[in-house]
Design a protein around this ligand. Sequence first.
Ligand SMILES: [Zn+2]
Length: 220
Amino acid sequence: MIALALAALALAAPPKPHIVWKPIPYGATRRAEMAAYSEKHYGVHSWVLHPRAIVEHVTATNSFSSVYNTFAADVPDSELHELPGTCAHFVIDRDGTVYQLVPLNVMCRHTVGLNWVAIGIEHVGLSDAEVMQDAAQMRSSLALTAWLMWRYSIPLANVIGHNESLTSPLHKELYAPWRCQTHADWQHADMVVYRAKLAALARSDGLTVGPTFRPRPSGC
Ligand SMILES: [Zn+2]
């Protein structure tokens, strides 16, 4: 019986996409900075990630190398001026290549309010629309996200765009000046389309995805 149940689960697994491991430096200093950040913003002194959500991003740049260099440099970010430097777990290039920069049990700074629970996926491009029109990039993005949903039992309701961050029930920000901080990438209307495609792919892989994301009033 157990063997049969395991076989059924294995059948329900979406195929793991090809991932190019291209780690950024994330040694003891950066981990300590992440733990300090986590304490200030989430009340937990830890850099360890237990993924419960996925946040989709657009880089607003044209090349993977510029994104990689920004994330590799552990310097205060240009907008909020804190350490560690910003990063994302994955970057998907225009040709659909999936790069992984950080292990999935390590927090990255990619979304204020959600870094304590969220895997970050960046898409090289200038806008949501540009990414959505890129068939290779979208194919990789949906395949990677579906596989991560299966791997960490993440429901469709916790796959959001960066611009939806404030309306996620998982959003938590203890530092008052940042409580309403978000970015413009992956607007709700675009994520409605993205999630519909994702749900269709995940279901075709045999995954149960649950209800879709419903934004909560943020008070911002
Ligand atoms: Zn973003």
